[in-house]
Design a protein around this ligand. Sequence first.
Ligand code: IFM
Length: 466
Amino acid sequence: MKQFPDEFFWGAATSSYQIEGAVNDGGRGPSIWDAFCRRPDVVFGRHSGDVACDHYYRYRDDVRLFNKIGLQAYRFSIAWSRVMPDGMGRINQEGLDFYSRLVDELLAVGIRPLVTLFHWDLPLALHHRGGWQNRDCASWFGDYAALVAQTLGDRVRDWMTLNEPQVIAESGYESARFAPGERQDRAGLIRTVHGLLLAHGRAVQAIRAHGRNPQRVGWAPVCITKTPATPDSDDVEAARRAMFACDMGTGDWTIWNNAWWMDPVLRGRYPDDGLALLGDDGPPIEATDMDTIGQPIDFVGINIYHAEPVRTAKRGVEVIPRPPGHPQTRMDWMVTPDALYWGPKLLFERYGKPMVITENGVSCHDWVSLDGQVHDPQRIDFVSRYLVELRNAVSEGVPVQGYLYWSALDNFEWERGYGQRFGLIYVDFARQTRILKDSAFWYRKIIESNAAILPQITSGRFAADA
Ligand code: IFM
């Protein structure tokens, strides 16, 4: 019988701008998302995180609900501009106190806090100073990390530096879908990436210096996952290449490459094939940069939602389109459960690090039924399928230590506003009321049983899958 190890932990995740609201309260300074949401036509319905889930004021009630679900762990992020309104210099004690109270509240009911230092809400003042393109930004991030570690490090043991740095770079500075909505050229973008990686390294150093032991420091990139179309070794090799080769033989360079981000952090160097492709547009590496970026970390947090199947083709690797009618989420993302098998497996094979699934989840068409409940069978089916695949990986010895469902609460889904619902907890944003969805009660049973209630099936994939 396949099962999760006894020490495996179960929880859920959120981020500051997506849930807190209170953007002008408690001494918080503006972030790039406050400014971005003021622009016309960039966010669905002109929504913003101004109020969001009003969590800043309702965190006690929310923690009570997390406890009702039985969460063992809760991952949240700190809004940098809430604790340092200008991103540097001045400290806002009121902001620090908020996170301190939140941590106490979690610990009081036995929920392990996992803190993300940066989930996209860059202080606006730092954007005006050049943002991640300015090398000083990495030092300011280090100072901020030190402050947070000094404040919470007596109670928080698990830290993540950056959430999905690939999305920060691509969506914020290339396609301009996200704040700050810039379109940098390739050299500029690579400079931004380098700035983010340096910031990660500085934060690791700061947490090690100022947090109290034992600490577990990691980060939470997206794991861009490719799955082999068949179990044949050629196709597995195709998946490996598609996940980690910067040069796919086409001469194109894409920011969505795992090795470009993870090799510097976990091996202390950029991949040679990526550097060769970029030529003069390569990163502006200074003397000690790679040592800073490659600081040892304890775990890799990975965010995985979907994958693409690939196979070996005459010219490199070919992506296989899903058959028409393949299940899709409300985000229009393909439902691909074996992403949670192949993603961790191939990542472990390359980097040999313990992992935590720091995000995985689904947006569904949830609403309150006539009986006053929120019935979300598709979320339960989605997570069941993905967990079956994760269980396969864990049973084969892939060291995944925990699973954090995205998200604890319905929240502000960036450019899609409140049009998407990922939560285990339904939020009525107009009234600020909450309802535990069916999936929350189901997840409680998963947690209580350490997922023993999952069916003992060998695969969570759909019958029609390649
Ligand atoms: O809501 C986001 C989160 O902020 C980062 N990862 C993906 C989630 C769903 O889009």
